[in-house]
Design a protein around this ligand. Structure first.
Ligand code: PGA
Length: 255
């Protein structure tokens, strides 16, 4: 069966000290109501990874980076490689977030390279896809998501693809307080699963976790997670307070 995952994406928030506090709180609250069937991940800034990995139990909370370099090593000032991320004890990396795509010009080609580097270093990848509002209004959302999947991921082998978690994040719902309805989320998740099945077969598609992201919070998580193809969430704003984040983890446990 595919994994149920609740992953926090802290984005560019929290100093190191604040981040350590939050990570400790999350760890102890997850531990207190540990249900093994939900994988809990926190995506911290690079600078926090190594310290945070010392204050969480690896079987309780997994750590994720939010990006990695396209190249393996060398003269790339300011970049952080997938090998460096793995060396901190992080198990995941978020790639293709819409903020990276739109503010930092990350194209499908750039992302395909980052995916390769992450896989070479045995990282699990949370790969984000999603349309902007105008694309949805023009009925292009399925086409856009399909091309992000094909161009970013479909050069992988089925074995490599088993290390991919998809996060569907409609850009118009990120940080806006506007959530996709559970029907809109389910419709897209089912489409993503069908697209994966078309490339890799039904078995791989059934084993792939597909997370919803975009203003997911303790109030709407339950309804979103009740959908058959919504396997969990990628949580931004609500991952910055341990109580909210844990409430979402609990909502995932309940289904
Ligand atoms: P949000 O962010 O939950 O604050 O909308 C989600 C994300 O961008 O991953």
């Amino acid at each position: 069966m595919r994994k149920k995952i609740v992953a926090g994406n802290w984005k560019m928030n929290k100093t190191l000290q604040e981040g350590l506090e939050l990570a400790k709180e999350v760890n102890s609250k997850v531990k207190a109501n540990h249900a093994k069937e939900v994988t809990v991940v926190i995506g911290t800034p690079f600078i926090h990874l190594s310290e945070v990995s010392k204050v969480v139990d690896p079987d309780i909370v997994a750590i994720s980076a939010q990006n990695c370099a396209t190249e393996a090593s060398g003269a790339y000032t300011g970049e952080v490689s997938a090998a460096m991320i793995a060396s901190t004890g992080s198990r995941y990396v978020i790639l293709g977030h819409s903020e990276r795509r739109s503010y930092y010009g990350e194209t499908d080609e750039i992302l395909a390279k980052k995916v390769e580097r992450a896989l070479e270093n045995n990282l699990e990848i949370i790969f984000c896809v999603g349309e902007v509002l105008a694309e949805r209004e023009n009925g292009k959302h399925f086409e856009v998501v399909e091309s992000q999947l094909v161009n970013g991921l479909f050069n992988l082998t089925a074995e490599q693809f088993s290390h991919i978690v998809i996060a569907y994040e409609p850009v118009w719902a990120i940080g806006t307080g506007k959530t996709a309805s559970s029907a809109q989320a389910e419709e897209m998740h089912a489409f993503i699963r069908k697209t994966i099945a078309g490339k890799y077969g039904q078995e791989v598609a059934e084993a792939t976790s597909i997370l919803y992201g975009g203003s997911c919070n303790p109030k709407n998580a339950d309804e979103l997670f009740s959908q058959p193809d919504v396997d969990g969430g990628l949580i931004g704003g609500a991952s910055l307070k341990s109580d909210d984040f844990i409430a979402i983890v609990k909502a995932r446990q309940n289904h």
